[in-house]
Ligand binder design. Structure first.
Ligand code: SF4
Ligand code: SF4
Length: 455
């Protein structure tokens, strides 16, 4: 699978279409996000200096003496590459941190005792209970109240999204797929090959969106990219949802060249340009490794203005607030990343945090779930409704089952099909066969329609 030397890039070109996708690592905003109306969004006022936003933490006594930098803290650019090489994989550290994190342990225990399906059901009920307390109806009824012609219709199937598995070298506090080094669900070769066949038989698909976990650590990742390029050439843009730190993992030294060679667009999560905030949300040492990942991608040709290899970043808030305006934050990111680290990227997408899975737990533990749902409903933006990700996407799980979007996938909400409870990639040939199926909206969908949206 790994190749020491790679041929010249097949197709270095600017993707034809704007992004539109879900997260995991994260997601991007709708194509027209920058043109969406912000009138009457009362809480769309988060400051652009996101590095200065701090989460409330339990009070601790002040430190009595200056301490040395702990393992995993940002220690500057000097010798960064050599230091990370000496450290090796970050998986061991992530596992140690999970062991000592009371929240992870509580969630793990609940998973063992109740199972994923029961926990997901409890989570849905809790969202409903809080929305009831706020007097907010079901999502589609709410749309009926706000819009003249609400619709559940899918418009097209242009984006084919594959979640190839849940294994990740990180275990971020807000992960909506609950990924970590302890999750071994992974797409099989048979499912991966079938997905490439479907792609080839689906002329309306213009984007193949590969996500995870850390998708690059899945054994099928490179085979899918190579198979897709062989099957459809440049007809389809391929997106890799990259957590950046994966580029520093042993065995991934040629990843940037592999991506460049196949003209893969990189969409990477970086929730701040400050080490403290990134490490707090995504784990110890993640900031330094992310900066190194960005530098490696820049060296491979990614992120240059006017270049063909696109590298976009995704910002999602640290806590229960809406992201700041995208354009202003993008300018700030460009300035900070260039000045401090010499890093270039193309665009920044801001995402609203979806109140599901780990982020829902995070809110519940702080007693903030109701307030957050209230914030989402209060900032309902009708302009997002026509460009929701589910309007033109099909999302495939690691086991081959098919959903409207990655969020529905993680919540186990199957497609709203009349004759089959759960569609599998082995049940259809082309994505166009789903054009008639309705979208299955649910309570979490308020996360996609707040502010500038989340899909
Ligand atoms: S744990 Fe992995 S998949 Fe989840 S948000 Fe973090 S990097 Fe992304
Ligand atoms: S969460 Fe709901 S609104 Fe958002 S993409 Fe999925 S189905 Fe559509």
């Amino acid at each position: 699978m790994r190749r020491a030397t790679l041929r010249a890039p097949l197709a270095r070109r600017r993707p034809r279409v704007p992004l539109q996708v879900a997260r995991g690592l994260a997601a991007t905003s709708p194509p027209d996000a920058r043109r969406l109306s912000t009138r009457s969004l009362p809480d769309y006022n988060t400051q652009v200096d996101v590095a200065n936003i701090r989460l409330s933490k339990p009070k601790r006594p002040p430190p009595t003496k200056r301490r040395k930098a702990a393992d995993g803290e940002w220690q500057g650019l000097k010798d960064l590459r050599a230091r990370l090489k000496a450290e090796g994989s970050m998986v061991d550290q992530t596992l140690v941190d999970m062991e000592s994190d009371a929240d992870f342990q509580r969630t793990l225990k609940a998973y063992k005792e109740k199972g994923a399906a029961k926990l997901t059901l409890e989570e849905k009920k809790e969202r409903r209970r809080q929305l009831d307390a706020l007097g907010v109806p079901e999502f589609f009824d709410f749309l009926g109240r706000e819009l003249e012609t609400p619709s559940k219709a899918r418009k097209s199937c242009e984006v084919f999204q594959l979640n190839v598995g849940l294994y990740c070298n990180q275990a971020c506090a807000h992960c909506h797929v609950e990924s970590s080094p302890k999750r071994f669900e992974a797409m099989s070769e048979a499912v991966a090959e079938r997905c490439v066949e479907i792609l080839a038989a689906s002329p309306s698909v213009h984007t193949l969106d590969i996500t995870g976990g850390a998708p690059e650590l899945n054994p099928q990742f490179r085979a899918i990219v190579e198979g897709a390029r062989r099957a459809v050439g440049d007809r389809v843009d391929i997106i890799d949802r990259c957590n950046l730190t994966v580029l520093t993992e042993p065995g991934q030294e040629d990843l940037a060249d592999f991506l460049a060679h196949h003209g893969v667009r990189v969409v990477a999560s970086l929730p701040c340009y400050s080490s403290k905030n990134v490490n707090q949300q995504r784990g110890r040492g993640v900031f330094g490794r992310s900066i190194e990942g960005l530098r490696v991608l820049n060296e491979a040709g990614y992120g240059a203005e006017g270049g063909d290899l696109h590298m976009d970043l995704v910002y999602n808030p640290l806590g229960a607030f809406l992201p700041p305006p995208q354009e202003a934050l993008e300018a700030k990111y460009h300035e900070e990343l260039k000045r401090e680290f010499g890093v270039d990227f193309n665009e920044l997408f801001t995402m609203t945090n979806m109140p599901i899975k780990r982020f829902a737990d995070f809110l519940s533990r702080r007693g903030e779930l109701k307030d957050y749902l209230d914030l989402l409903v209060r900032n309902f933006n009708p302009d997002t409704v026509d460009t929701l990700m589910c309007r033109n996407t099909l999302s495939v799980s690691w086991d081959g089952s098919v959903y409207d979007c990655d969020f529905n996938q993680q919540l186990g909400n199957p497609l709203a099909l009349q004759d089959a409870p759960l569609a599998s990639v082995f049940d259809f040939r082309s994505t166009d066969e789903f054009l008639e199926s309705d979208i299955r909206f649910d309570n979490h969908c308020f996360g996609c329609t707040a502010g500038m949206g989340s899909s």
